[in-house]
Write a protein that binds this ligand. Sequence first.
Ligand SMILES: [Zn+2]
Length: 308
Amino acid sequence: MSSKFLKSLFLSAVLFASPAFAAGLKVVTTTEDLASLAREIGGDKITVVALAKGYQDPHFVDPKPSFIFEVSRADMLIVVGRELEIGWLPPLINSSRNAKIQVGGSGYLDASLTVKILEIPTGQVTREMGDVHPQGNPHYWLDPGNGRRIALAIKDKLTQLDPADKATFDARYADFDKRLADAEKRWDAMMAPYKGTKIVTYHRSWPNFMDRFGLNVMGYVEPKPGIPPSPSHTIDLINGMKAQGVKLIVVEPYFDLKTPQAIATQTGGTVLVLAPSVGGTKEATDFIKLFDYNVGTVAAALKKITGK
Ligand SMILES: [Zn+2]
């Protein structure tokens, strides 16, 4: 290799590393929800890449080769945590050889640490039981209040990594907080007539959502989180739904509709596919629109079912 070539290589490395050429902090998130919240706070001070798509089951993501590339050059990695990504993320973090985003590194943010977590097991839970929620429910972003808490944690972490832009992050957080509070008033009004209505969901993705909007989850199509439906569990569920007059079955977009539809036929119920994440449906393009879609869809279905 000629010294001239080495010199030009060195120069271009210096140029690319200089602040004038940097497009701000590179943020990688495991899900599109976290990416949306990061964009709300970071604006044009950061670039954001989400690894999993919102229409994929976040427990079981097939890592693409590009994932390692993205993680290796990230300044910040935001994860859902509570073992949601345990099946696919740890090898990516390892192979990235990026010290900044290792667990406990300066750019690592576990979004679950400052939010409200439901269904924290009280007894001893092992993965041998097949339960993919051993550390409490990891689908906690489906409560707008938790979205606000995640946004605040992102603001604090971005400010640590880029103190010069603190004023921008503060202002963007305040603006998001206000827009979210306005939207919550709208959603509360839409859901008010249906308080206490019992529903069924496929996976335990929705406890935070249902709690927040006053619905009661009577049962699940899955016998346990991550375990596919079994005939005996389905019969028990159908009997329970008939006894309690439960008519709404909420399904995530990545599950087979066959069992939910059979249950609906037996119970005179309705199957409703909701978006568990930003990107889970074409309407859910950001965190607030995710709730616009889900609240609007549930309220319309319950209006039909209950006549209220
Ligand atoms: Zn889950």
